[in-house]
Design a protein around this ligand. Structure first.
Ligand SMILES: *[C@@H]1O[C@H](CO)[C@@H](O)[C@H](O)[C@H]1NC(C)=O
Ligand SMILES: *[C@@H]1O[C@H](CO)[C@@H](O)[C@H](O)[C@H]1NC(C)=O
Length: 370
């Protein structure tokens, strides 16, 4: 009896093993050999540790729930308690579970050849935004990327480097700081605000985004994921100034209108549109990364997604304004279980929300690159 059972099960086990091998990491890794990242704190894996700025998170309790990598539970410069969506996306493509920060002196070309992050917390599409905190503006992120391209060529050889660059996934995520830290925070004097309406400013930012996408394409990029804004008015920092702690609808309206513009831009740049119609061409694929929808869903119905707290962040005595240096190991009231929270500090998602965002993106858009 038991012999018969074992015999009849063996082919099934072998079949499952075969399927597992076929759908396993090597196939995925070959499709997207590297994840390359540009943007702000939502995607910065630690570059600000190596520049002179006040916008840092390389201290506890940031990183306290990080469970992979050489320094588990340690701060890395990620503005979260653990991994970011870009890290989960890298893993989903069969690549390493952490995307190295380009400026990290410990990141050698072997590790950077499967992923490199050029993002900088506090950055925006507008140079003036990045200058507020002395962080890496988009043009500087692009300069570092050009240097990376040259280093990759000498590391992999011209032909292989060209293939890596064209098969890599490029994730771009910024814009929130342009509004919250610049446009709305600098009412007196900032040229952007005195000269333009919020929607004209969106037009300006989208123009920079388009130039940036075209510059990446000219350097060999063919798979681009341009991410929209979250419901900015629902970040704990903005709720705390709104009456009754509700979301600040004005900021959400601005985010939705920026996102509409970004969707149009993505449709135009995508290969489906011929070069004559403004498309990037050369087989380039451009997708829109929706952040607004999933965050809105979690905020509207936390329980449905396993969250308990969405109105305040986990870190600090109040969770309403603490971030960066205000969120530190001397904050005795930091929550115990960040897994119940959507936000880690007053602005930034917890690892749990980052994981949810990554899963949703893989399910709805990035699967086209698998
Ligand atoms: C941002 O600054 C850089 C360096 O000064 C400059 O080359 C670039 O044109 C600026 N970008 C915009 C959109 O003004
Ligand atoms: C992604 O798809 C998987 C498989 O269908 C599903 O289990 C998971 O809940 C989805 N995740 C999100 C965040 O949509």
């Amino acid at each position: 009896m038991s012999t018969t059972l074992r015999h009849s099960l063996l082919p099934i086990i072998l079949l499952q093993l075969h399927v597992a091998l076929l759908s396993g990491e090597p196939a995925a890794a070959a499709k997207v050999p590297a994840v390359i990242v540009f943007g702000d704190s939502t995607v910065d894996t630690g570059n600000n540790n190596y520049i002179s700025t006040l916008l840092k998170s390389d201290f506890s309790p940031y990183g306290r729930d990080l469970r992979v990598g050489p320094s588990g539970g340690q701060p890395t410069g990620r503005f979260s308690n653990g991994r970011l969506a870009v890290d989960f996306i890298s893993e989903a493509f069969g690549l390493p579970p952490l995307v190295p920060a380009y400026l990290d002196p410990n990141a050698d070309m072997a590790s950077l050849s499967t992923g490199a992050c050029f993002a900088s917390a506090g950055a925006g599409y507008d140079n003036a935004t990045s200058d507020l905190f002395s962080v890496l503006p988009v043009w500087k992120q692009l300069e570092y990327f050009k240097e990376y391209v040259a280093r990759l060529r000498s590391f992999q050889g011209d032909a292989k480097a060209k293939e890596t660059l064209s098969e890599a996934l490029y994730i771009v995520s910024m814009g929130t700081n342009d509004y919250l830290e610049n446009y709305y925070a600098m009412p007196s004097g900032h040229a952007a605000r005195s000269a333009t309406s919020a929607s004209e400013y969106a037009g300006y930012l989208l123009g920079v985004a388009e130039s940036f996408a075209r510059a990446l394409h000219a350097l060999g990029a063919r798979k681009l994921d341009l991410n929209g804004l979250p419901p900015m008015g629902c970040l704990p920092l903005e709720r705390h100034v709104a009456p009754g702690g509700t979301c600040t609808e004005e900021y959400n309206v601005v985010a939705r209108s920026f996102n509409d513009g970004l969707r149009d831009l993505v449709a135009r740049l995508d290969a489906a549109g011929e070069v004559d119609d403004g498309g990037l061409g050369d087989g380039a694929r451009v997708v829109y990364g929706d952040v607004y929808g999933p965050v809105e869903e979690v905020v509207a119905d936390p329980g449905a997604h396993g969250f308990e707290v969405v109105g305040v962040g986990c870190c600090g005595a109040t969770g309403r304004f603490e971030m960066g240096y205000m969120c530190n190991s001397a904050s005795p009231l930091t929550c115990e279980d960040a897994g119940k929270y959507a936000f880690w500090d007053a602005i930034h998602p917890t690892e749990r929300l980052h994981r949810f965002l990554a899963d949703r993106k893989m399910n709805t858009t990035l699967y086209v690159f698998l």
